[in-house]
Design a binder for this molecule. Sequence first.
Ligand code: FDA
Length: 310
Amino acid sequence: MGSRAERAARHAILTAAESERVGRLVSRYGMRLGARRFVPAENLDEIVAVMRALNTAGMRGVTGLFDDHARTEADVARHEAEYARQIDRLAAERLEANVGLKLTHLGIHVDPDLMYAAAGRLLERAAGHGMRLRFDMEESDLVPATLALYRRLRADGRDNIGIVLQSYLRRSEDDLAELLPLGLNVRIVKGAYLEPAAVAYPDKRDVDAAYVRMVERCLEGAEFTAIATHDAAIVATAQAALRRRAVAPERFEFQMLYGIASGFQRRIVSDGYPLRIAAPYGPTWFAYLMRRLAERPANLAFFVRHAFTR
Ligand code: FDA
């Protein structure tokens, strides 16, 4: 996306994200070099404090997990247990916060029935606390299985689940049109992974235009729309659409990532809009950090500066 130089930088950073060597180095020194700006917690106790501070500042929170993809049944059980701990703890602490699930943790590469069972148990648990969960959307080849699981769970009558659609994918507007009749709770994002032009718009203008169209469509027909972006122009367009359509505050919120555009976050809240901040934690925060750097290669300068001025 963006200029040719930006696209090249984004590609280089996302490619480095797949390197084990870079991963080891950043995991070892990254926190000291300033990764805490984006990854404020390393465990559940720390994330509880982060979520409490967000609530105090008038913001909602959402956490999640960074961990390796599940390759075995035991991996799925371990991740399910950690998500269950998150759900119980956020509820026990009476925080206005919920949990985003990654299906790569819950067995999308292992067995669809195992994943279905694990997701169903987590939804049941969350429902007991009056909490909604959301499936994050990962690489494009996982979209069909993610949407199939979502449909299967909705057909079971589980409705405390939301999904994410990525405006960079050519298929997403069709997916949205097909899903809207279900009564949809959806987060719209631009999309954070390295995708080929065959499946994703290479030009940022197309991604942004699709984003705005999708938000308009959701404000008209979705039960709940999470407008997840730090793009000031898109936020302003969305706010104008919200006013024009007089959308009730229970039907939408803005969402942003921890540590990004913090001044803008505070302004959205002081202007009276609901805002939720995402802050996952876990051992493999490296890939997440690299996606944040790829979105804005200037963040690399932040790291270098931090390394020399501590
Ligand atoms: P864009 O990248 O165009 O940036 C707009 C402006 O925002 C920039 O000009 C800059 O000012 C600021 N900005 C953006 N990123 C920044 C950064 N890293 N550092 C500093 N400033 C930055 N993706 C996905 O594929 N699946 C998912 O499930 C999710 N989930 C998700 C949840 C939430 C709550 C958010 C906010 C985002 C996601 N994403 C995601 C990530 C999303 O796809 C996208 O990569 C980022 O939000 C960045 O894109 P923007 O919409 O902010 O626009």
